[in-house]
Design a protein around this ligand. Structure first.
Ligand code: CUA
Length: 319
């Protein structure tokens, strides 16, 4: 139970207004339910002590029983639920992506859930599309509207320390407004069971100052400078990878995660492997063992030397 109390995925350690609202409700409900629990236990204990009194008549006993049923079974739960509703409904209202008072349009970030990875798009990045996978950068200290959908089945977008969750439903765009008070790195997790690798559908959310966020986008708008050489890898990429994976300025595949900045990510396989030297080559060789059932075909027909060359080249893809 206590594992949920800290760490980068704890709703009890809120880092933004939406999450604070949820945490506040959580504590309020915990208090209310503790009182209800104590009340029920108290009545239960009192029932042991109660003896039928020969002095009271049968009619009076029946009236007393009816009063308990009406009071304890209908009135008390009704009042308790109404009080909770009175707190819950306004809190829910405050989480809606309503127009901002100043008329400003918040930053919009599109997030698309796939089995089992995250596609992140920045539609308002002028001068070129910015797409990333399994990592999400956002400006801190201002509201950000997330437009989420699913590509195949229903997933759910959840950044516990910032707020959520919200379902990602194919054919429909759901909206949620989140804000990070301070720059920081927050864990996010798919929160709707979506198949065998649901647990390995993690997203890293990086909140940064507005200027840093603009610089982050600008770095990704133009294709990053490519390392020289790596001829074997480039040929192999065109042959085996380019139809499914996009690398800005090089390939346009959209079936699999965008690889334009893969060398700068913290993990591979949406949280399966930590990024370090040689990790991509290992992922290419063993990904079906590391994340069974993932949609990338096994590379048994590609020799080890080529996979290593591919891995080494992909590691250079970073702004
Ligand atoms: Cu996607 Cu669970």
């Amino acid at each position: 139970m206590l594992v949920g109390c800290s760490g980068d995925r704890s709703i009890l350690d809120p880092a933004g207004p939406a999450a604070k609202e949820v945490a506040w409700l959580w504590w309020g409900m915990l208090t209310a339910f503790t009182l209800v629990f104590l009340g029920v236990v108290g009545l239960w204990l009192a029932a042991f002590r109660r003896r039928e009194s020969p002095r009271r008549g049968e009619a009076r006993e029946r009236r007393l029983g009816l009063a308990w049923i009406l009071g304890g079974g209908i009135l008390l739960p009704g009042v308790t639920l109404l009080v909770l509703l009175a707190f819950g409904v306004p809190a829910g209202q405050r989480l809606l992506p309503l127009p901002l008072p100043g008329g400003e349009a918040p930053q919009v970030i599109e997030v698309i859930g796939h089995q089992w990875w995250w596609e992140v798009r920045y539609p308002e990045a002028d001068g070129g599309e910015v797409i990333t996978a399994n990592r999400l950068a956002m400006p801190a200290g201002e509201p950000v509207d997330f437009h989420v959908t699913g590509a195949d089945v229903i997933h759910a977008f959840w950044v516990p320390r910032l707020g959520g969750k919200i379902d990602m439903i194919p054919g429909r765009v759901n909206r949620i407004r989140l804000e990070a008070d301070e720059p920081g790195v927050f864990g996010a997790q798919c929160a709707e069971f979506c198949g065998a690798q649901h647990a390995h559908m993690q997203l890293q959310v990086e909140a940064m100052e507005r200027d840093d966020f603009e610089a982050w986008l600008a770095e990704r708008r133009s294709p990053p400078p490519r390392a020289e050489g790596h001829d074997l890898a480039r040929v192999a990429f065109a042959e085996h990878c380019a139809r499914c994976h996009r690398v800005a300025g090089l390939s346009q595949g959209t079936t699999g995660p965008d690889l334009s900045d893969i060398g700068s990510r913290a993990t591979l396989g949406a949280g399966v492997l930590a990024m370090e030297e040689g990790a991509i080559a290992r992922w290419l060789a063993e990904h079906q063992a590391l994340k069974p059932g993932n949609r990338m075909p096994a590379h048994d027909h590609v020799d080890a030397e080529t996979l290593e060359a591919l891995g080494a080249w992909l590691e250079t893809l970073a702004p």
